[in-house]
Design a binder for this molecule. Structure first.
Ligand code: FAD
Ligand code: NAD
Length: 438
């Protein structure tokens, strides 16, 4: 049995970064990935990078075929680069499925080849998989896809149904509508984007509708079936016919087939690997990072899990999940919708004293240069401490500018600093002067 200092299961963001870094410090490191088409992990192969490449391509008016080709080129390039970086740093890469047979022994299987590895430190980084709701016909019907399947269609669907109006559902709705498909989104909740303040959520819905997307809210899909051509969705007794159907109703930690029942590793009641503030599981020396540990499901939070585990393994435990705060988000609809800290309704629910200011993109010079006046930047401050409580930026460049606000919040930089900061012109960022001008 091969013995390593560190064994990483899964080629995810946290795991691959940790593996390369520990190897560069002279440790013996192995990484096991079950699918060679997933070298580099979910983000670069079937998630963030391909979807944003497709969105960008659609915005440049590329055809469906051109957009798909560009996406395949980009992901293949990154997959190759990730493999080279990992093996180039001295990590032993195993193309095999990993499964625990005991706390510190992992069986790796590639076809009929089975081997065992052991390591002092083991890191589980197996990601997540799409939730499959128990809707009759969902898994049995043809032309039904999850977020991975919908990225490899050979032909553009003229009509696309989407179950779920969250991150994945709305990003694909926006993408396919821009490519020219007729899109209908079935969302269970009575309000779209219910996490956001209602003015922002309503504005986003209006823009998505202007792009041709149709919404069925409070929709409980009862049945998916194949009647004649394509796929049929039945909701509230009514049939809707599509060429293709995407389901995007959340993702759950990938723990199946990992053999955790052979270990003392506990799961949470939501099926994630239970971890402490250092991402350590209930077995000392075994860590779980990224989507599999039940935290926020973003590439950048997986990377932040790496920082925590790397610190712990190298004798610096000053940063942990307890210190993580103000995690920003960006949803890549058109224009992008970004958020950090509190929304107004959250500030109200917490009975905080706050002031809010909103600035429409239509009053921003760069909005006119872009010839895109859609959106609204909205910020919340504490009038006493002058600290920023939160921001929702809906409009061009929001996915960049939200990171500036996060930095100010983390460092308790008062809003007055941004109000008076010198920004380049004409930029979207310069409008932070005005939106923070309380
Ligand atoms: C369509 C889509 C779009 C997204 N867009 C964004 C975005 O724009 N920005 C963002 O920050 N996040 C986005 N996300 C979320 C983001 O992709 C994930 O949070 C992130 O990739 C999770 O990374 P991870 O480190 O948990 O592991 P992953 O990157 O998921 O890696 C896990 C790896 O483990 C492998 N594996 C699983 N089981 C085994 C086993 N038993 N043995 C060996 N290998 C195994 C898998 O094959 C996989 O390669 C998106 C997700 C999806 C689905
Ligand atoms: N830009 C980004 O950062 C980005 C993009 C895509 C995905 N992601 C990550 O991937 C995760 C998973 O994305 P997701 O969109 O699958 O999950 P999600 O939690 O964002 O959205 C799921 C949606 O499905 C709805 N839903 C649940 N059951 C339903 C039903 N029976 N019928 C109709 N609608 C139903 C929910 O109300 C919700 O709106 C996200 O939480 C996010 O962390 C991030």
């Amino acid at each position: 049995m091969m013995k390593y200092d560190l064994l990483v299961i899964g080629f995810g963001k946290a795991g691959k970064t940790l593996a390369a870094k520990m190897s560069s410090l002279g440790k013996r490191v192995a990484l096991v990935e079950k699918d060679s088409e997933m070298y580099g992990g979910t983000c670069i192969n079937v998630a963030c990078i391909p979807t944003k490449t497709l969105i960008q391509a659609a915005e440049k008016n590329l055809s469906f075929t051109q957009a798909m080709h560009l996406k395949d080129t980009v992901t293949a390039r990154l997959r190759h680069k990730n493999e080279q970086t990992l093996t180039g740093s001295g990590v032993d890469l195993y193309h095999a499925a990993a499964r625990f047979v005991s706390d510190k022994v992992v069986e790796i299987a590639a076809g009929s080849d089975v081997d065992q590895l052991t390591a002092e430190t083991i890191v589980i980084n197996t990601g997540s998989v799409a939730n499959v709701l128990p809707i009759p016909g969902l898994t049995e019907s043809r032309y039904v896809y999850d977020s991975t399947g919908i990225q490899s269609l050979s032909e553009q669907p003229e009509s696309l149904g989407i179950i779920g109006g969250g991150n994945i559902g709305l990003e694909f709705a926006s993408l396919y509508a821009r490519l020219g498909s007729r899109v209908t989104v079935f969302e269970y909740s009575p309000q779209l984007l219910s996490r956001f303040d209602s003015d922002i959520a309503d504005l986003a819905k209006t823009y998505l509708e202007e792009d041709g997307i149709h919404f069925e809210l409070s929709a409980a899909v009862e049945l998916v079936s194949n009647k004649g051509q394509g796929v049929t969705v039945t909701a509230a007794g009514k049939d809707y016919h599509f060429d293709a159907l995407l389901y995007a109703t959340g993702r759950k930690p990938a723990v199946a087939h990992l053999g955790l029942e052979n270990t003392a590793i506990q799961l949470t009641d939501r099926g994630a690997v239970q971890v402490d503030e250092f991402c350590e599981t209930t077995v000392k020396g075994i860590y779980a990072v990224g989507d599999v540990n039940g935290g926020l499901q973003f590439t950048y939070t997986s990377l932040d899990d790496f920082r925590i585990v790397f610190g712990k393994l190298t004798g610096n435990s000053s940063y942990s999940l307890k210190e993580r705060r103000n995690v920003p988000t960006s949803m890549f609809i058109n224009p992008p919708l970004s958020q950090v800290g509190l929304t107004e309704k959250e500030a109200q629910a917490a009975h905080l004293s706050y002031q809010i200011k909103k600035l429409p993109v239509a009053s921003m010079p760069r909005g006119h240069v872009n010839n895109d006046l859609r959106g609204l930047y909205s910020v919340l401050i504490d009038p006493k401490s002058k600290e920023i409580l939160g921001a929702t930026l809906f409009g061009a460049a929001s996915h960049e500018n939200i990171n500036l606000i996060k930095m100010a919040m983390d460092n308790k930089i008062p809003y007055t600093y941004i109000k008076n900061q010198v920004f380049t012109h004409p930029s979207m960022a310069e409008n932070l002067n005005d939106v923070f001008n309380f």
